[in-house]
Ligand binder design. Sequence first.
Ligand code: CA
Length: 238
Amino acid sequence: MRGTTILVVEDEKPILELICKYLAAEGFNVVTAPDGVAALAQARATQPALIVLDVMLPGMDGLEVCRRIQQESDVYILMLTARTEEIDKIVGLSVGADDYLTKPFSPRELVARIKAILRRSRAVAAGSGRDAPQDRTLRFDNLTINPDTREVYLNDTPVELTAREFDLLYALAEYPGRVFNRDQLLERVWGHDFAGIDRVVDVHIGLLRRKLEIDAADPMLIQTVRGVGYKFVARKTS
Ligand code: CA
């Protein structure tokens, strides 16, 4: 993880400096932005692996910054918020950040969360095969999921997924037919308990269905198992 670029977006200088100090001590390459417009420019210029993004920023707020960045890249985003009422928005439909911390937070906790996100993304990218390179692409009748390139094709057409949507789809599709409950999916994809907001799983399932299903109201690929959770249903072609 040393050398991994992290963009920190925060206008309050003492907090920014504190975060930078801790991240630099872990060997991360830290870049910063004091507001939303600068954050968008920095994200494009430096292509960070992860962005620490404060909600309260002058001008364009962090929620809008998050939305815009998600539209153009699949970078992981961890949001900082001082208000618990923002959490629903942050993890929910309109923004879809990967994780959040409420202020005041411990810098150690922030570092731990960042490492957890990066480890998971690497685990998905690296898969189980450590030795010979192997094709780990999951192929189904009309759906192809490649964990190395993180590309998804539906009927040979590329599907744009956010990083989190991809991780959730891969977690389900790796074991077709297996039923996962929400806690298992939270653990596998988000990696820690979202303090009871297990609706975040439902929200992301909804987003995936809109992108992958012919009729999101009558899903064929990702099915609800009433009272339990979700399962991926597709025939493997290879
Ligand atoms: Ca701020």
